[in-house]
Design a binder for this molecule. Structure first.
Ligand code: MG
Length: 325
């Protein structure tokens, strides 16, 4: 039986989870959980997202509640540490300490190149052997990207740089950058896929080398897997800063991909002061399993009243955008 809107709303719980460190300028991550026959699903579009952009997020939540998972192909998922856009030395050291045994670090950049270089150097001073990936969130122009990537890569010392994620915003810019790049650095695409009107319709040939796969914004495990095979690119499964429910679903995706060559960005639970379930990181990996909700914590972080009403209305509006099955 497929979940109905009534059942989704009857099961709805809204939580606001305090962040341990600011990320995306957030102190609190507000998100919604719905429950169906097969357990919880997470509906986690950021507050400012439109109803239309939130639709795949809802499909992902519904899919999670609605059917059994296929057999997993692997048990443990290697992960990267995630460093927000901060140059606070103590904060960087502390965040790295949350990621036990991790040898890949994703660093948010794209402010001033001077500060970006300092941030990268600080991370490397703690983890000199780590692979570094930087995420620009599309904020550079093509020329800035070509110059900045070369600067970060340095003089023949760039082997540490695993890839640059979404250095520029559009498909044309990504293609142009590829033709200008003087150094051998892989380019990963994130927004180019998850913000596309139809992520199957874009031609990523000659634009990117690695695809970011995020289960919620891409509409669930089945669609994300289809997108990976459609685009025939190596993938990195990453979170959209979901709670343990959404992370469990991302881990389920990572465990079900035929190939997984890169560490995944699924360790973002460490950025919360306390998640609604503990997701331990050891030796740089997370076990791909369902992390059941701690009900005491769910109550501790639960929002009622106006926030619950807001999410009820949002889910109802987005549900009504679904195409009839
Ligand atoms: Mg990204």
């Amino acid at each position: 039986m497929s979940l109905t809107l009534r059942e989704a709303l009857a099961s709805l719980r809204v939580v606001a989870i305090p962040m341990r460190t600011k990320f995306r300028s957030l102190d609190l991550r507000e998100t919604a959980l719905i429950k169906g026959e097969y357990g919880w699903g997470e509906f986690a579009p950021f507050i400012e997202y439109s109803d239309q952009e939130s639709l795949p997020w809802l499909e992902s939540a519904i899919e999670a509640t609605d059917g059994p998972l296929s057999a997993a192909l692997r048990e443990s998922i290697p992960i990267n540490a995630t460093i927000p856009a901060s140059n606070d030395e103590a904060e960087i050291a502390e965040i790295i300490s949350w990621y036990s045994g991790v040898n890949t670090v994703k660093i948010k950049v794209g402010g001033s190149i001077g500060e970006d270089l300092v941030r990268i150097a600080r991370v490397r001073s703690h983890l000199p052997k780590a692979k570094i990936r930087i995420d620009v969130n599309g904020s550079w122009s093509v020329n800035e990207a070509a110059l900045n990537i070369r600067t970060i890569y340095g003089e023949a010392t760039g082997e540490f740089l695993e890839y640059v994620e979404q250095p520029v915003a559009t498909l044309d810019e990504l293609k142009e950058l590829k033709s200008l790049l003087l150094v051998d650095v892989k380019i990963a695409g994130d927004e180019i896929l998850r913000k596309a009107k139809d992520p199957f319709a874009i031609d990523l040939d000659g634009a990117i080398d690695v695809l970011m796969l995020k289960v919620s914004p891409l509409g669930g495990i089945n669609r994300a897997r289809d997108l990976a095979s459609h685009h025939e690119l190596p993938v990195v499964v990453s979170s959209a800063l979901e709670s343990a429910v959404g992370i469990s679903y991302g881990l389920a995706l990572a465990a079900r991909l035929p190939k997984l060559d890169y560490a995944c960005g699924l360790g973002t639970s460490a950025l919360f002061a306390q998640d609604i379930s503990d997701i331990p990181i050891s030796d740089g990996v997370i076990r791909a399993t369902n992390y059941p909700i701690d009900l005491d914590r769910l109550e501790r972080y639960e929002m009622r009243g106006e926030r619950l009403e807001w999410w009820r209305n949002r889910i109802t509006r987005v549900w009504n955008l679904r195409r009839p099955a």
